[in-house]
Design a protein around this ligand. Structure first.
Ligand code: NDP
Length: 291
């Protein structure tokens, strides 16, 4: 069984990013990422901090806006418009989820698609569906595809089951893997909460991508012998033996599933580190395009 080390692969991608930043800087361009957070959600704050830190480590320009929870939608959109016009900013990200009074779609649609490094703008969603490489692909599924590529796992002709159909993970993952070309050309099935005989459907997979947000949901009965399993799930569960009283687990019951697998990602240390590495890579791509 091959353990797919997302931390190590993310480090390799970050090294490539570091080199790409140097080349851009020599041309007088410093890739810049603006991250906007509205409200006090502690998990969102932690994500924003780690994105800011990674930008700095790679020598990129980072701007962070922490706005109070009562910020109006129009003020938030006005900030997005300012960032759209700022030539030092190549990537704009509004941390999800915003407070309930803000329409997240309206905010995403206000972002210039050329700076939408999260790949959530409808123009970028359409480009992914069209197989147009000029768009931006959401960072988590892009990271999953890269894990497969870096681990030498062939997707062409493979039966892939994507468990979950969210716009952040499941749907773009399915599109990426079914598109033509390297890291694609798979035969993709998308499963969700209305899928009949879920375990049986998943057992048909050469490659199973689990993204449902249910701790340890995928057990050995979902996985055929020799399958590759990519676990996107990040779930906090209580654990009295841990100093924090809780720990992070995936959507896959690793202990029970791993012995059957050809390759599998752990949680933590699998998909998680890839997401931020791909965000940096997308921002650098934007800087290369926009100059
Ligand atoms: P969502 O809640 O948006 O989507 C979950 C999907 O799973 C839905 O399509 C839902 O089906 C399906 N689902 C839920 N329960 C079941 C079930 N019992 N059986 C079958 N399908 C089910 O989640 P996200 O896609 O945003 O995230 C999924 C997981 O990935 C979470 O654990 C999240 O924390 C993690 N994540 C990790 C990231 C990383 O960087 N590693 C980044 C983003 C997410 P239906 O549509 O029918 O409701």
């Amino acid at each position: 069984m091959q353990l797919i080390d997302g931390k190590l692969i993310a480090q390799k991608i970050n090294q490539e990013s570091l080199a790409a930043v140097e080349v851009l800087k020599a041309r007088g361009v410093t890739p810049g990422l603006a991250v906007v957070l509205v409200g006090e959600d502690p998990a969102s704050r932690a994500y924003v901090r780690s994105k800011d830190k990674m930008c700095r480590e790679l020598g990129m320009h980072s701007v962070k806006f922490e706005m109070p929870a009562e910020t109006s939608q129009s003020d938030l959109i006005a900030l997005v418009h300012r960032l759209n016009a700022d030539p030092a900013v190549h990537g704009i990200l509004v941390q999800s989820p915003p407070p309930a009074h803000i329409d997240e779609r309206a905010v995403v649609e206000a972002i210039d698609p050329r700076k939408d490094v999260d790949g959530f703008h409808p123009v970028n969603v359409a480009k992914l569906a069209l197989g147009d490489p000029d768009g931006f692909v959401p960072c988590t599924p892009l990271g999953c595809q890269r894990l497969l590529l870096e681990s030498g796992i062939e997707t062409a002709g493979a039966n892939v089951v994507v468990l979950g159909r969210s716009m952040i993970v499941g749907k773009p993952m399915a599109l990426l893997l079914m598109n033509k070309g390297r890291g694609g050309d798979a035969t993709v099935t998308v499963a969700h909460s209305r899928t009949r005989n879920l375990a049986e459907v998943c057992r048909g997979a050469d490659i199973l991508v689990a993204a449902i947000g249910r701790p340890h949901f995928v057990t050995e009965s979902f996985v055929r012998e020799g399958a590759v399993v990519i676990d996107v799930g990040i779930n906090r569960i209580e654990d009295a033996t841990s100093p924090k009283g809780s720990r992070l687990v995936g959507d896959v019951d690793f202990e029970r599933v791993a012995p059957k697998c050809r390759a599998i990602t752990p949680v933590p240390g699998g998909v998680g580190p890839m997401t931020i590495a791909m965000l940096m890579a997308n921002t650098i791509t934007s800087a290369q395009r926009l100059g």
